[in-house]
Design a protein around this ligand. Structure first.
Ligand SMILES: N[C@@H](Cc1ccccc1)C(=O)O
Length: 509
């Protein structure tokens, strides 16, 4: 019998009596594991070996688990600090013990819950007492964590970790260890395989890949090519991939175009006139101070039509429409011409509605943008200094709040989100106004996903629009949090982004 070299090597490395793993076979046959696996499957097709599989669980510490190995479990620290403070003799104030144990934030709750569960002592009316007979050194959870810390990076097989399943489950539910499941393939010779080896097998040369040399020399004509085996284990190859946020943005654009919207574009650095004054934001509004705004030290913007400037100024000073009274607060053209990074893309809506971005628009019209905005916020799990806003507006006769809500329901439904909620809100530029909320799929928390409303006459009038305009700004990152389940916006982009998340996150279609 003749077999390709690598198959022969695997056949010779396999045993009829001893189930060997692909890794062992690969080492013995001096092949890469994926090559050995491929050859083993080919031999199995020929009936010469049997390929089996063993499911394996490996346990490894999470970052939190590793920290507790170094610092001690929170409940143990609480116990020790309590004991040092004399709580084994009589109850002591819990606040002091917590401080001594250097517990803070969520660790306090973790410590208290597990302290009680493990019977380390009691907490009563703000006082803590510890049981002198408790022995945290004998705590099976701590012992299991220490054993895992001793195992190398690869973690430890569940059998190798000498711990109760209940302990492992508990550590898993505390998020202190991660369970990875893997399949190990094994190879054993069949009777036919043994026969073949006894009668003698010769190696044929096989070629794994076609090379330019083989082509040029013509040798490819006589070569025997190894067959591809798509089931062989192989290293994960990671190619380039569009960022999850970019893919979500593309998807949003597709959806809005599908709903009949056209895309707006315009400057990231814009005059305060377009960012705020057109929106009937008084010039002394707190959001217009240097606290919130990224002002730029550049020349003022001269290219604002004089008539439009005059109408906007009139709306601020004296009001617009029958009931309008204006603000009667200070207003200056110079401030209106100052340039800043836009804090919302509603500046684009103002440019388009006023007609300076193109032609004068006649109703009905629908426009959107998915663009970056800049705010001097404090970074936290739901706030970034730069984020993407999904801006949009519909201009038509006789729009109502039902149209606004219906548009959002339609939009979010395309992402599988069917439970958005509305809360009455205040914006200087819309009346009525609504904030939108969605439920986070992992935490169940209601998170704010957007702001919307129907533009006031003080906004549309000066722009020369005499029908209704409903409009909104939705946060792209928040939408991505709802669709991907990310709990911290900083996992999505920026220096703290979670690379595994970015590799694996799916965008809903
Ligand atoms: N500009 C608002 C969103 C919005 C746009 C248009 C109308 C109403 C609200 C924001 O950034 O929150």
């Amino acid at each position: 019998m003749r077999l390709p070299e690598r198959q022969l090597a695997v056949l010779e490395a396999a045993s009829a009596t001893d189930e060997r793993t692909v890794a062992e076979i690969a080492a013995a046959a001096d092949l890469k594991p994926e090559t050995a696996a491929g050859a083993a499957f080919d031999l199995a097709d020929e009936g010469l070996v049997e390929v089996g599989s063993v499911a394996d669980e490996t346990l490894a510490l999470t970052d939190e688990g590793r920290r507790y190995v170094d610092e001690g479990l929170p409940e143990t620290r609480l116990y020790r600090a309590g004991r040092d403070a004399g709580a084994d003799a009589e109850p002591v104030s819990m606040g002091a013990v917590i401080g001594e144990a250097e517990l803070d934030g969520p660790e306090v709750d973790i410590a208290l819950a597990n302290f009680a569960r493990k019977g380390f002592g009691r907490v009563d009316g703000g006082d803590l007492s510890v049981d002198p007979d408790a022995d945290p050194d004998a705590d099976p959870e701590a012992t299991a964590l220490a054993a895992l810390a001793d195992a190398d990076e690869e973690g430890l097989g569940a059998d190798a970790l000498d711990a109760d399943e209940a302990v492992i489950d508990r550590l898993d539910s505390r998020g202190l260890l991660a369970v990875a499941e893997s399949v190990t393939r094994t190879v054993t010779l069949t009777d036919e395989g043994v026969d073949a080896l006894m009668t003698g097998v010769e190696a044929t040369e096989t070629v794994g890949a076609l090379t330019p040399e083989l082509l040029a020399s013509g040798e490819w004509r006589d070569a025997e090519f190894a067959e591809y085996n798509v089931e062989a284990e192989a290293e994960t190859a990671r190619g380039g991939r569009k960022h999850v946020l970019r893919r979500t943005a593309d998807r949003v654009k597709d959806v809005l175009v599908g709903m009949g919207f056209k895309e707006m574009e315009g400057p990231h650095a814009d005059a305060d006139f377009w960012i705020n004054d057109c929106l009937f934001m008084p010039q002394d509004h707190p959001a217009r101070t240097h606290w919130d705004r990224f002002a730029l030290d550049v020349d003022p913007m001269e290219s604002i039509p004089d008539e439009l400037m005059a109408r906007v100024e009139a709306a601020h000073r004296d009001g617009w429409g029958l009931d309008g009274d204006g603000y009667h607060s200070p207003w200056s053209q110079d401030f209106a011409r100052e340039v800043a990074l836009r804090g919302h893309t509603t500046s684009l809506s103002m440019r388009y509605l006023s007609g300076v971005a193109g032609a004068e628009l006649e109703p009905p019209q629908r426009y959107f943008s998915v663009e970056k905005v800049y705010r001097n916020d404090t970074l936290d799990p739901t706030h970034l200094l730069e984020f993407f806003q999904i801006e949009g507006w519909v201009m038509a006769e006789d729009l109502s709040v039902r149209d606004l809500m219906g548009t959002f329901e339609e939009f979010y439904r395309q992402f599988g989100i069917t439970d958005i909620r509305f809360k009455p809100h205040y914006n200087p530029y819309t009346e009525p106004s609504f904030e939108l909320f969605g439920e986070h799929p992992e935490t169940g928390e209601e998170i704010e996903i957007g702001n919307s409303g129907v533009f006031r006459e003080e906004v549309t009038g000066p722009l020369g629009v005499d029908c209704d305009v409903m409009a909104w700004g939705l946060a792209l990152e928040r939408l991505a949090m709802l669709t991907t389940g990310a709990e911290d916006i900083r996992d999505l982009h920026g220096t703290l982004a979670d690379i595994d998340f970015l590799r694996n996150a799916e965008v809903s279609y």
